[in-house]
Design a protein around this ligand. Structure first.
Ligand code: ATP
Ligand code: MG
Length: 139
């Protein structure tokens, strides 16, 4: 089941900027089914744990502060080839390099405040989905 699922967050800048509806519309129309979804304001501890892989990177401290700065919308999405297709839909990390029409090209403010998260592998999609959602919260 994990091969056709990915995990996403609409990040604080995009929620604050009132882009939640537009982003969900793009995701749904691109053929992703929402398996689980919630709005939550994560603590810096939880944000730090989520981005633990980047602990040694220079931007880690700022990233944790930013991801815990306001509410995010977390979701598990299902589609054939979900991880790869979703990364294509969101575009490059740096919005200046993101392909036209991608979610980051449309809504990201900067390389840090880049509107959305998308899992980078099937393995991480499962880990990240399990981090945010219990089995009862999935349909
Ligand atoms: P995400 O994991 O959120 O989907 P990504 O996989 O495109 O993003 P990563 O390399 O995993 O990019 O970086 C995680 C997040 O850290 C980025 O989405 C961005 O918010 C932030 N980030 C990455 N590189 C930089 C940087 N050079 N300066 C500031 N923030 C950065
Ligand atoms: Mg990443």
């Amino acid at each position: 089941m994990t091969t056709n699922r990915t995990f996403t967050m609409i990040k604080p800048d995009a929620v604050e900027g009132k882009h939640t509806g537009a982003i969900l519309d793009i995701i749904i129309k691109a053929g992703f089914r929402i398996v689980a979804m919630k709005l939550l304001h994560i603590s810096s501890e939880k944000a730090g744990a989520f981005y633990e892989v980047h602990k040694e990177r220079p931007f880690y401290k700022d990233l944790v502060k930013y991801m815990s700065s306001g509410p995010v919308v977390a979701a598990i999405l299902e589609k054939e080839n979900a991880v790869e297709d979703f990364r294509k839909l969101i575009g490059a990390t740096d919005p200046a390099k993101a392909a036209p029409g991608t979610i980051r090209a449309l809504f990201a403010k900067s390389i840090e405040a880049n509107a959305v998260h998308g899992s980078d592998s099937n393995e991480n999609a499962k880990i990240e989905g399990d981090f945010y959602f219990s089995m009862l919260e999935r349909v």
